[in-house]
Ligand binder design. Structure first.
Ligand SMILES: NC(=O)c1ccc[n+]([C@@H]2O[C@H](COP(=O)([O-])OP(=O)(O)OC[C@H]3O[C@@H](n4cnc5c(N)ncnc54)[C@H](O)[C@@H]3O)[C@@H](O)[C@H]2O)c1
Ligand SMILES: O=C(O)[C@H](O)CO
Length: 328
């Protein structure tokens, strides 16, 4: 029985996983040996950044469980994995919420305080003073109130903002959130929000959902911050909404194509701040992913349900299964 790791582990992490699963052989594939080793895995732990030959993996017929080291599962929820009754998938939902919140803040305050414009002036050693915007008293709409969205709601509260949200499972509305609506109330949220923050998963329902019509529904002068997945937004429509002045700015940690192509109009727009999909990054990411894998490995071997097990059709876990730091 073999566990194949495909995230940037060190010896310490391999030892932790081996200690949690003594009956398994633990093999580190990194990103380089995924093609060779993944078909031999009973359990995959990690996050493949390279295209995986899933046909080969499924033909081999060994794989039983994918513990992703990413919250978004678009890298592994291919049709064969979704359809297989033998393979369960669990995510890192919510595990990187503090880091994603920091990235959201840097983009949000960056666009409100006009950082892209000031950085351009700074590069030319120019002291350009222009009016800036601020957050206090605004309505913030969070689309997707999972791990990241909930953490954001908590840390945004001191700005005296009104926070509204939508979620596929609109349950357990936190105290900081004034209204939590079902996902089909997105247009209502857009019509009321000065700032819209995207923290929902990419799936068949959400792909391209931010089109020209959605941007027209957003308030004139509002801002879009996307720390979810780039393909939730149609970038052409976003560029048009920015160019027409309907949107006052956008902060994007994720784009439809990554890296964002050099010819994208988004690069040139001083109302736009872009970061290269670094929301989950931190020195502790591998430690945190490994800690969840270890907890889940113990549960898996004892026959308990693993945390963050996703509904493969939906592509995200039910809130009741999400790991929130509880000790077993
Ligand atoms: N920028 C980054 O580096 C980064 C880091 C982590 C996660 N992400 C992305 O952000 C997403 C959210 O991460 P998370 O850790 O909060 O995951 P999560 O699974 O905890 O939360 C996702 C939430 O979105 C809700 N949802 C699903 N469909 C929806 C819809 N149509 N409308 C509104 N809500 C909907 C779910 O019910 C869930 O509560 C991930 O799927 C991933 O794609 C990006
Ligand atoms: O989904 C996540 O965890 C981040 O986007 C990194 O892939």
């Amino acid at each position: 029985m073999r566990i194949v790791l495909c995230y940037p582990v060190g010896k310490k992490h391999i030892d932790q996983i081996q200690a949690a699963a003594p009956d398994f052989e633990v093999v580190n594939a990194g990103q380089e040996r995924i093609d060779e080793l993944l078909p031999t895995a009973d359990i995959l732990i990690g996050h493949a950044k390279v295209p995986v030959n899933w046909d080969r993996v499924l033909e081999a017929g060994k794989l039983r469980w994918i513990q992703s080291s990413a919250a978004g599962l678009d890298h592994c929820l291919v049709p064969g994995v979704i359809e297989s009754d033998d393979i369960i998938v669990s995510s890192a939902s919510g595990l990187f919420a503090p880091q994603v919140a920091e990235q959201t803040f840097s983009l949000l305050f960056g666009v409100l305080r006009r950082a892209p414009l000031f950085f351009r002036a700074e590069a030319k050693r120019e002291f350009v003073r222009l009016p800036t915007d601020d957050l206090r008293g605004k309505t913030v709409g969070i689309v997707g109130l999972g791990g990241n969205g909930r953490f954001l709601a908590r840390v945004l509260a001191p700005w005296d903002v009104r926070i509204i949200a939508t979620d596929y499972f609109p349950v357990d509305c936190p105290a900081e959130v004034s209204q939590l609506w079902p996902a089909d109330q997105l247009d209502r949220l857009l019509g009321e929000s000065d700032v819209v923050i995207l923290t929902l998963p990419l799936n068949g329902d959400t792909k391209g959902v931010f089109d020209a019509e959605r941007f027209a529904t957003m308030k004139r002068g509002s801002y879009l911050i996307n720390v979810a997945r780039g393909s939730v937004v149609q970038e052409k429509a976003l560029c048009e909404a920015l160019a027409s002045g309907h949107l006052a700015g956008a902060g994007l940690d994720v784009t439809e194509v990554e890296p964002l192509p050099p010819e994208s109009l988004l690069w040139d727009d001083p109302k736009v701040m872009i970061s290269p999909h670094v929301g989950a990054q931190s020195a502790r990411r591998v430690d945190d992913s490994t800690a969840l894998a270890v907890i889940n490995l113990r549960r898996y071997q004892s026959g308990l349900p693993v945390y963050n097990r996703v509904d493969k059709q939906l592509g995200f876990p039910h809130p009741s299964s999400v790991y929130r730091g509880q000790s077993d």
